[in-house]
Write a protein that binds this ligand. Structure first.
Ligand SMILES: [Zn+2]
Ligand SMILES: [Zn+2]
Length: 213
């Protein structure tokens, strides 16, 4: 099995978790044995989040999608943003806020779950009034946390340990865009995302009545 950042391997990771006896958990309760908190910080692309969400639904996996209201890459207040939230919920996923410190505006679109975007250590794990911090101490410790940041599992891809049931429980942070767009390096993957976005932007311009001739 090659640990590539492709949806095919993402499916294998989820299947390994199932084989290892893990169950998909939502943030809110204290972690119990065999809980798997599947967390997605959506930094770049709602389209990629939706593709990943469909794959998870097929495999009967539930995740928590943390979406930004202050992203430079997408607009959650647009019709596309609203329909992305509706689709994520229809597929059985939780939807929380990926917040830019110190702004935590948990309006009715969100479950009370927060993760910080690019956090600094001083506030990363601190309590958040009115919200559950996914980086809070009860969910976040090195032995029970894995992240795919920049296509680099610093502590290794978790598929083998999941299959073996080696984690008591686990929070896994997966960024959808780096799995959905093709590329063997982060640079290639990001360029593929930008190319895909170009076609989408042109379609949006045409829809908006802009003359593209
Ligand atoms: Zn792997
Ligand atoms: Zn982020």
């Amino acid at each position: 099995m090659s640990c590539s950042f492709e949806l095919e391997h993402y499916r294998e990771i989820l299947e390994a978790a199932r084989a290892g006896g893990y169950r998909f958990a939502y943030f809110g309760n204290d972690p119990k044995r065999s809980d798997l908190f599947l967390r997605h910080d959506v930094d770049l692309s709602l389209e990629a989040a939706l593709v990943m969400a469909e794959v998870e639904a097929e495999l009967e996996a539930q995740a928590t999608y943390l979406l930004m209201t202050e992203s430079v890459f997408y607009n959650l207040a647009s019709p596309q943003g609203a329909s992305a939230i509706a689709r994520l919920r229809a597929l059985g996923h939780a939807v929380g806020l990926h917040a830019v410190h110190p702004n935590v505006d948990l309006d009715e679109r969100f479950d009370p779950v927060v993760s910080w975007h690019n956090p600094r250590p001083e506030y990363m794990s601190a309590e958040i009034p009115g919200g559950i911090n996914a980086y809070g101490e009860r969910y976040f410790s090195p032995e029970t946390y894995r992240s795919d940041s920049n296509q680099n599992w610093r502590a290794g891809c978790p598929h083998e340990e999941l299959r073996a049931g080696a984690f008591p429980w686990l929070q896994i942070l997966v960024h959808p865009a780096i799995w959905v767009y093709p590329g063997t390096t982060m640079g290639e993957t990001m360029r593929a995302m930008v190319e895909a976005d170009k076609a989408r932007r042109l379609a949006q311009l045409a829809e908006d009545g802009i003359d593209l001739d």
